[in-house]
Design a protein. Structure first.
Length: 204
């Protein structure tokens, strides 16, 4: 009740690092001040793209791995942590990254172009890029409301905005990275098949 415990698991060394984060509940003013972002942090967010990443599981297909030579092939089995596990291949694993940039100036957009994190570089075996732009702006009412939507129109459930939206036109790019995964599943393990697969998909 007075804090949180952060646990980092090193599976290779079989070691767990534990750190306790205490909350100063008896001094709420200090806690609120610690949670308040600095001006530099706010400025950094306003001049950086908004990036969201998720795993698209709609097209994932699972297939049993085979072992042996042609004519003598059988379903592959391996022992993992004392359990005899079936080996599966997961294909069409897609990591989708969407980036919004309509809030950036031209200088900020130029600076952020081409920047790639090591995580994206590692997974960027096959990439597809796509763009999604908002509705064309015919006459700008203001920089933050170029389609001239009034508050009455926006909150009126019977008013049809058509392709217009409040705020700047959306500038969004999508990047799809495809890769394969290998899963080891065991019927004798205390976890069920769904309980084994779901956490793995969430981690990927």
């Amino acid at each position: 009740d007075e804090g949180a415990v952060v646990m980092e698991v090193d599976h290779d060394k079989q070691v767990v690092y534990t750190e306790t984060l205490a909350l100063a509940l008896h001094e709420p003013e200090l806690l609120l001040a610690a949670m308040q972002p600095t001006e530099e942090h706010v400025a950094g967010r306003l001049t950086s793209p908004i990036v969201s990443t998720h795993l698209d599981t709609r097209n994932i297909a699972f297939e049993r791995n085979k072992s042996g030579i042609w004519g003598w092939r059988s379903e592959k089995m391996e022992v993992v942590s004392g359990y005899e596990a079936k080996v599966y291949s997961a294909s069409n694993v897609e990591l989708v990254t969407k980036t919004r940039t309509e809030h950036l100036s031209d200088q900020d957009k130029s600076r952020s172009k081409g920047s790639k994190t090591p995580f994206h570089s590692f997974l960027g075996i096959a990439q597809q890029h796509g763009t999604h732009n908002g509705a064309p702006v015919l006459q700008a009412a203001s920089p933050t409301n170029p389609t001239a939507i009034t508050p009455e129109e926006y909150f009126d459930p019977h008013f049809d905005l058509e392709t217009r939206n409040i705020g700047r036109p959306i500038e969004m790019s999508s990047k799809v990275q495809r890769f394969k995964a290998t899963l080891w599943l065991c019927e004798q393990h205390p976890l069920s098949l769904a309980e084994q697969v779901t956490p793995i998909i969430d981690l990927m």
